[in-house]
Design a protein around this ligand. Sequence first.
Ligand code: THU
Length: 134
Amino acid sequence: MTSTPPTVDWTALREEARAAMRRAYAPYSGYPVGVAALVDDGRVVTGCNVENASYGVGLCAECGLVSQLQNSGGGRLTHFTCVDGNGEILVPCGRCRQLLYEFGGPDLLLETPAGILPLSEMLPQAFGPDHLSK
Ligand code: THU
């Protein structure tokens, strides 16, 4: 049984992202990022970026979020927000839009500097799981 809250408290979700951002490990870029999302069963999942001395293998905050999602019971992401080191709303990078698409699909709502937008507007004509079953 899944349920979506009638009204979503974006401010509370952003605070979860800010708390995650403060746990980031970003000694190389100096650019901490935090993310938070609602799951269709009411759970909240979060993530922070975790960098590496081998720069190219650093993990975006969204990697931690989708890992937590899967490892805490799966489900679908319904609402997502991302913040920078100042706690300001940030757009997810291109690769991470693909990660979000896998677990939220085109209707996932994102808080962006331009307002609340569906992922379909942030990742148009997305490649996704459906292509592999055609
Ligand atoms: N970063 C994220 O964690 N998520 C994004 O969507 C944008 C970029 C991180 C990766 C790297 O640790 C730092 O921000 C600077 O690029």
